[in-house]
Ligand binder design. Structure first.
Ligand code: SF4
Ligand code: SF4
Length: 108
């Protein structure tokens, strides 16, 4: 009698996986304080018209809010750096999370 094969968890195939599936494979360790911020909130509220930070982020960290100053769900940050360079006003404060915190990838 042959033994049953061990079960292997499903890994989403890149060509089939939704953004949500892919984000599910990422693990975050919350440092408890944001490594992202806004230099001058008034620039977001009164000057910015494009909200590139909310458009460019692949993890939906930056969210547009009434009043014009985005909220930042820093715990989901993938540390790609895009928001830092996309802001046309240089208004994004950006640091890596403190050592041992932040994102880690389960597959490579
Ligand atoms: S793109 Fe820059 S200035 Fe505009 S809302 Fe985002 S952080 Fe503020
Ligand atoms: S570094 Fe990348 S993932 Fe993190 S908030 Fe900026 S755009 Fe989003």
């Amino acid at each position: 009698m042959s033994k049953a094969a061990p079960s292997v968890p499903d890994t989403p195939q890149p060509e089939d996986a939704s953004i949500e599936d892919r984000l599910y494979t990422v693990k975050y360790k919350d440092s408890g304080e944001s490594h992202l911020g806004i230099e001058v909130p008034g620039i977001c509220a009164e000057t910015c018209t494009t909200y590139e930070c909310t458009n460019v982020c692949p993890a939906d960290v930056w969210r547009a809010e009434e009043g014009g100053v985005p909220t930042i769900a820093y715990e989901n940050c993938l540390e790609c750096g895009s928001c830092r360079f996309a802001c046309p006003h240089g208004n994004v404060e950006w640091e890596y999370p403190t050592t041992g915190n932040g994102v880690s990838y389960k597959h490579g």
